[in-house]
Ligand binder design. Structure first.
Ligand code: HEM
Length: 401
């Protein structure tokens, strides 16, 4: 019988061994500890993500302890029971996503490119004299926070506050939240609500060229987006966009350190940058799993799944499925077929994918420009992450110009 135990330290270091055993031995696995079904095959994960008729993103539908916890959390959340894009199904999802994606187009994101380059430049300048630094604290963590804060229109003086709120909220993506994590997230949400409410009022009085002003403007055009929905979306951006992008950069650095030939190849030919970034996303996905709730009793690969049961599509595992990817354990920046599931799929496909790709492109380009060698430093790395997120909190590196 295949066992899935994400609580052992070896899983945090390398989850892919356990995924591989499950994929061959028990691809639709019932985890008693997680009270969930764990999917590790590409085709199954793909199916779940696309099938909105049978699988919900709304945790309130879950049966058992998980459903009770989500309903309780929603009841006691300072934000109230307001819908967030990520956790709502069509048709509400379709309405929200249509309004939001009007303002979050790849074109609008592309316009951010020069500013992201400037921010990246400033961050690299701060470590210019160093030959050893923490990749996460110096570059991978601040870049996405500053970009999202600027996108929303938040002044630079409040950035630090933002990072703290964002960390506390991201901690709750774990399946088993500690009491302390929940409480800290609630405190952070309260502070964020108070901050954003004032901010939305200010933008209503005098709009500027930022996302909050655009949402307020959409309201004045008679499009339905309530104040609470603007708040919920602003908070979602912090949770969904910061740690994920930090993880993409950190996981990419480790992949390059372990594959110095890939580092040299891209340094010599920037045309390889896009395929390198897609391969980082596939090889060591920042988001490892996406959660759904079965809406109906159904059968998957001969296993009976009951309505209300939690299903985790482990996209990190799907990305290593040899049925879909040739030699999945190899980091191959020249991979031609790379339809990874790291940004999800279907109606909830990551809204921030163009932004995440752009930030990573800008940062890696500057890294290749500035350094000829990058290696792991002697001091210890620290892994962060949860079952669903994979990344580092500390990644000391040594560089040569
Ligand atoms: C490498 C970085 C990122 C990864 C790997 C990632 C991954 C994902 C995944 C897997 C989903 C689908 C969740 C589901 O189906 O339940 C998602 C949704 C989402 N992401 Fe990202 N994300 C990243 C960066 C960002 C950024 C930078 C932003 C915004 C600034 C963002 C905003 C969102 C939003 C708003 C959703 C919800 C979309 C919806 O439900 O319709 N993400 N992301």
């Amino acid at each position: 019988m295949s066992i899935f135990n994400p609580f052992v330290p070896s899983f945090k270091i390398n989850p892919y061994l356990q995924y591989s055993r499950l994929r061959t031995g028990d691809p639709v696995h019932r985890s008693m500890a997680l009270q969930s079904w764990i999917l590790t095959r590409y085709e199954d994960c793909l199916h779940i993500l696309k099938d909105v008729e049978n699988f919900s993103s709304d945790g309130r539908y879950a049966s058992g302890d998980i459903g009770r916890a989500v309903r309780e959390q929603r009841k006691t959340s300072p934000l109230g029971d307001v819908d967030s894009l990520l956790t709502v199904d069509p048709p509400t999802h379709t309405r929200l996503r249509n309004i939001i994606s009007r303002e979050f187009t790849p074109r609008r994101v592309e316009l951010l490119s020069p500013r992201i380059e400037e921010i990246s430049h400033e961050l690299f300048n701060e470590i210019n004299e160093l030959d050893e630094f923490d990749m996460i604290g110096s570059l991978a963590l601040p870049l996405p926070v500053i970009v999202i804060a600027e996108l929303l229109g938040i002044p630079a003086s409040d950035r630090q506050l933002f990072k703290e709120w964002s960390n506390k909220l991201a901690a709750t993506t774990d399946v088993f939240n500690s009491e302390q994590a929940i409480q800290e997230a609630q405190e952070a949400t309260l502070e964020l609500i108070s901050y954003f409410s004032d901010f939305i009022d200010a933008r209503r009085r005098s709009p500027e060229d930022d996302l909050i002003s655009a949402f307020v403007d959409a309201q004045s055009e008679g499009i339905q987006l309530s104040n609470d929905e603007i708040l919920a979306f602003s908070i979602l951006l912090l949770v969904a966009g910061n740690e994920t992008t930090t993880n993409l950069i950190g996981n990419g650095i480790i992949a390059l350190i372990n594959n110095p030939k890939s580092f040299s190849a891209v340094k010599e030919n920037f045309e390889l940058l896009p395929s390198m970034i897609e391969e980082i996303l596939r090889f060591d996905s920042p988001v490892q799993g996406v959660v759904r709730i079965a809406k109906n009793d159904l059968s998957l690969q001969g296993k009976d799944i009951s309505a209300g049961e939690v299903v985790m599509a482990m996209v990190g595992a799907a990305n290593h499925d040899p049925e879909q990817f040739a030699k999945p354990e190899f980091f191959d920046i020249n991979r031609l077929q790379n339809k990874h599931l790291s940004f999800g799929l279907g109606p909830h496909f990551c809204l921030g994918a163009p932004l995440a790709r752009l930030e990573a492109t800008v940062l890696f380009k500057e890294l290749f420009d500035r350094f000829s060698v990058i290696e792991g430093a002697r001091s210890d790395v620290e892994r962060g992450g949860t079952l669903l997120l994979r990344g580092f909190t500390k990644l000391p590196v040594q560089v040569q110009k």
